[in-house]
Ligand binder design. Structure first.
Ligand code: FMN
Length: 364
């Protein structure tokens, strides 16, 4: 674990394990404020057991993809066209188990564990495939996280029309199920505070800030772009903190999860000071395995102890009142660091490849 300037290090006698970290998100009761975010590690029962033992508050399954569900429905009527019209490939079923197995996994996890379980759907357009949300609910998932992809942009479609397309998608799912819905928001909206309130108004119960973005590059030999899926860079927390502050407003009353760059208890505390109610982790679970959760929880505990806070609730009372921040103060917060020095931090880390086995143990 990284050194922290404001959280006392391990072993100084201040760690009081009796402080409860009990939390809730969208009405789901959790033992801790740390959620294991959507990724393919979480279709494995043994992995979930390890996360539960480490103190995780809830688990999100990997997303089921629009392509898989559209494929299933076309398969009945036009088997020869199903692959071409859906964009389905077998690797998608390996990613999350496939649509039928996914529902069985939900049932099995709910039978075996007491953790809140969140399913996830990832897509770009409306259609019959959205009925799968009903099957997710019937299988026993406690909540559903939605990940909507804008897709390729049409230059004649305004930003507001894109947003309306997204809100329509959400509203359709909202009409189908009664379980809480979380929305994993894209970080690139021009006015995230406005879109957050619109999502709340169409029935979203919680926001996940933010959706993970793939890494783009260009292959100069093939003269074509390449898109890779990477872990979050270790310096990505700053983007999440900025987005949390920008998204909050006094009109927003639904809870918010910080997702992106949470690696330590100190990161979790920072995200909560910036407005998150709970935090989500994925990349650090690939790096450290379930022990990453223990580190984060121990760091939160030490911070509460060191600041004589008896609970997370007491900590939330001490948060700054970000709802009434005057806009000129936000301006000076950017201009001052830009102009105050000619020395700039270079955050460039050295990248290495990480593979996790199905138990989440990193292997080199
Ligand atoms: C290997 C991997 C797989 C992921 N799979 C999904 C997914 O299926 N659905 C989804 O909405 N997000 C997915 N994500 C995004 C994570 O849930 C999370 O939002 C993101 O990684 C940011 O958190 P982190 O910085 O702790 O990794 C994935 C991320 C990684 C690294």
């Amino acid at each position: 674990m990284r050194n922290s300037s404001s959280i006392p290090p391990h072993g100084n006698g201040m760690h009081n394990v009796t402080v409860s970290l009990a939390s809730s998100f969208m009405g789901l009761k959790m033992n801790s404020p740390v959620i294991a975010g959507s990724c393919p590690l979480h279709i494995n029962m043994e992995r979930i057991r390890l996360l539960e033992n480490a103190g995780i508050g809830a688990v999100v399954l990997p997303s089921i993809l629009q392509e898989q569900l559209v494929y299933q429905s076309i398969l009945q009527s036009s088997p020869l066209e199903a692959v071409e019209r859906s964009g389905h490939s077998r690797q998608q079923d390996r990613y999350n188990g496939g649509p039928d197995e996914y529902l069985k996994t939900i049932g099995a996890i709910k039978t075996e564990f007491h953790l809140p379980l969140v399913a996830s759907m990832h897509g770009a357009s409306t259609g019959d495939w959205l009925d799968y949300a009903i099957r997710i609910q019937d299988s026993g998932a406690d909540a559903l996280e939605l990940n909507w992809q804008i897709g390729r942009c049409d230059p004649t479609e305004s930003g507001e029309q894109v947003e309306n397309r997204m809100l329509h998608w959400v509203a359709q799912i909202r009409r189908k199920v009664t379980i809480p819905l979380a929305f994993k928001m894209n970080a690139r909206f021009t006015n995230p505070a406005a879109i957050a309130v619109k999502l709340q108004n169409v029935g979203i119960n919680g926001l996940v800030l933010f959706a993970h973005r793939p890494h783009w590059d260009v292959d100069i030999d093939r003269r074509h772009w390449t898109i890779g899926w990477e872990l979050s860079p270790i310096t990505s927390l700053g983007h999440t903190l900025e987005g949390l502050v920008e998204t909050h407003s006094k009109e927003l009353s639904i809870p918010v999860v910080a997702s992106g760059g949470i690696r330590s208890g100190e990161d979790a505390i920072k995200a909560m000071i910036a407005g998150a109610d709970v935090v989500m982790m994925v990349s650090e679970l690939y790096r450290q395995g379930p022990d990453g959760v223990k580190d984060v929880l121990a760091g939160i505990q030490r911070y509460l102890d060191a600041n004589h806070l008896a609970s997370l609730e007491a900590f939330f009372q001490t948060r700054p009142d970000f709802e009434h921040r005057p806009s000129n103060s936000m301006r000076s917060e950017i201009v001052d660091p830009l102009t105050s020095s000619n020395r700039y931090t270079d955050p460039t880390p050295v990248a290495r490849q990480i593979h996790g086995d199905c138990f989440g143990h990193p292997s080199s």
